[in-house]
Design a binder for this molecule. Structure first.
Ligand code: PMT
Length: 223
């Protein structure tokens, strides 16, 4: 079907993983490819929005008409998102940000000597929670990757981080979540479930999310 218009809307999308360096040649990361967030950025641009894509390391090309800002670490993503936030009407946080990073990054490549070693990790700053605190009138869509109690965990996250919608993927389902061309999602707002999509191409998931966003933004203008 036709895409609704998002003309005049400024949308900030985050996508991809982060890399948290252990030493000059090693890092901690996750399986995010960026495909879900890039699809949202691409479809939002097609709908006429002005799109900024804050991207962790991926191999994907910049979608047509999208401004991309590249970052590597969770800390860089935090700083970039906070810089871009004042210029955004809508935030879509589909990146898979590291929850922990090494306390320190070794300056030289670590040697193989002892039989066992311990990596000391510290929590990264929670970008979503900070967006929630600073959001004012902005519309905030978060993602949640869950493997159990999907609805309960997602709805708690929505409330705790001040999101308007949360897109929960059950990443334990085949064909859903990290990497791959498809996803299966359930979208919740504070009142409950608003949309459920079985295993569907990420581009189509993005179209449905953009449709839902346009609906919610237009609804908001009426009251
Ligand atoms: O990139 P693909 O391969 O296409 O895969 C898509 C995806 C599975 C990565 C995507 O659909 C998705 O679910 N993204 C969110 C993954 C995630 O980190 O979920 P979470 O439940 O661990 O985190 C919840 C929210 O907190 C997320 O919006 C996350 O960006 C955010 N967070 C986490 C840590 C941190 N330091 N700051 C954050 O803001």
């Amino acid at each position: 079907g036709e895409l609704p218009s998002l003309a005049g809307k400024r949308i900030l999308v985050t996508a991809g993983p982060t890399w948290e360096a252990i030493d000059p040649v090693r890092y901690l990361t996750n399986r995010s490819s960026g495909k879900m967030g890039y699809a949202v950025a691409e479809v939002a641009a097609e709908a006429g929005a002005e799109v900024t894509l804050v991207s962790g390391p991926t191999t994907l090309p910049v979608p047509w008409g999208v401004r991309r800002v590249d970052v590597t670490t969770a800390e860089e993503m935090f700083r970039t998102v906070m810089e871009e936030l004042p210029q955004a009407d809508v935030i879509v946080k589909s990146a898979a940000v590291a929850d922990y990073r090494p306390v320190e990054t070794a300056e030289q490549k670590m040697k193989k000597s002892r039989d066992a070693m311990t990596l000391h990790l510290v929590k990264t700053k929670d970008i979503a929670a900070e967006i929630g605190r600073r959001k004012e009138g902005r519309f905030f869509i978060g993602f949640a990757a869950e493997t159990e109690q999907v609805e309960q965990n997602a709805r708690e996250k929505l409330a705790r981080k001040g999101m308007d919608l949360i897109v929960a993927n059950d990443v334990s389902l085949p064909g859903a979540g990290f990497d791959g061309e498809t996803n299966a999602v359930t979208v919740f707002d504070a009142a409950g479930e608003v949309l459920r999509l079985p295993v569907t191409a990420k581009r189509e998931v993005a179209r449905r999310l953009v449709g839902l966003l346009a609906e919610r933004l237009n609804g908001k203008e009426l009251d």
